[in-house]
Design a protein around this ligand. Sequence first.
Ligand SMILES: [Zn+2]
Length: 64
Amino acid sequence: MSDTKLHCGNCHIPVDFHDEVYLDELNTITHKKCGPGLFGVKDTGTFHEIISKYYLFKESLPLS
Ligand SMILES: [Zn+2]
């Protein structure tokens, strides 16, 4: 499975690499279907794209 340890800020379900997500100004990830966080959308895309762009969440990820 490709689940990560990072949970959506709204529904608290683990975010999958292929899920469409929002990244807000506090670097909170939420599923697109759950709606954006409270602090303004900084970016959107698949979780994998966000990771690749910002390289923020590698501690949460089972990357080698
Ligand atoms: Zn969610």
